[in-house]
Design a protein around this ligand. Structure first.
Ligand code: DC
Length: 235
């Protein structure tokens, strides 16, 4: 650990609050935050807009494979500490959070060559360490040597309600039952795909935050970080 900095890998089911937690950790440690799911969402958004995927999740793989290396997908954090995703220099952060993208992203994330493409980008982000990344296979496949691995979970009801509130606040008219159905479907596809499925790394610590506040989560992690690495998340 030349720089004294570490990598914190956060995996878990959809809408367990991974990204909010990861952002708080990164801010408090002065680390970079990376949202791996946003890259799969950006590719899904591109595929929808260009007719490479239909509404049933059927993908024109050969065409997508040909065009993928030509895309420029970037993640940038602004002065306010907000991380935005850019596709060919256009900020698509809002668009990639839509229900339409959520409905189809797991089909895109199942495709081997898409995962290989995204993995190269993600691994590049970890070279300097000092990184908090959330996703589904970060502790198992992207950074199997990450110093800290967290596997997040929460009850289905709590997760669906959180996601529903989020979408409602953004003005998307979706039903709670529809959101729950989407979460369950995505978890199933994510956990059963062949390449790097969502699963708990052997050395990951489980965090069930069904009944926890963000501060509880930070306190929980601070105990571990202080003991093991002499690090403390300022909040
Ligand atoms: O975290 P999220 O909901 O934004 O992720 C969107 C989708 O991307 C999710 O359904 C699974 C997939 N994903 C993945 O397969 N591997 C990752 N490391 C991150 C996300």
């Amino acid at each position: 650990m030349a720089s004294g900095k570490i990598i914190i890998a956060i995996d878990g089911y959809s809408s367990t609050g991974k990204s909010t937690f990861a952002k708080l950790i990164a801010k408090g440690l002065g680390y970079i935050y990376a949202d791996s799911g946003a890259l799969y969402r950006a590719i899904t958004y591109f595929a929808i807009n260009n007719g490479f995927i239909d509404m049933d999740g059927k993908i024109l793989k050969q065409s997508l494979k040909r065009i993928l290396p030509k895309l420029l997908i970037e993640q940038k954090t602004n002065a306010k500490g907000e991380t935005n995703t850019f596709l060919n220099r256009a900020n698509i952060e809002r668009q990639i959070r839509s229900q339409r993208v959520s409905d189809l992203v797991s089909y895109i994330a199942e495709v081997d060559f898409v995962r290989d493409y995204v993995d190269v980008i993600l691994k590049g982000m970890g070279v300097q360490k000092g990184l908090v990344m959330d996703g589904r296979d970060i502790g198992t496949a992207v950074f199997p040597d990450a110093e800290v691995k967290i596997f997040m979970t929460a009850s289905d009801e709590v997760r669906a309600r959180r996601r529903w509130e989020e979408l409602k606040a953004k003005g998307e008219a979706v039903s709670l039952s529809g959101v729950l159905e989407n979460l369950k479907r995505r978890d199933k596809i994510d956990s059963t795909r062949e390449k790097n499925p969502l699963c708990q790394a052997k050395d990951a610590i489980v965090l069930d935050n069904s009944d926890m506040t963000f501060q509880d989560e930070i306190d929980w992690l601070n105990e571990i970080l202080t003991k093991r690495f002499g690090l403390f998340i300022e909040s």
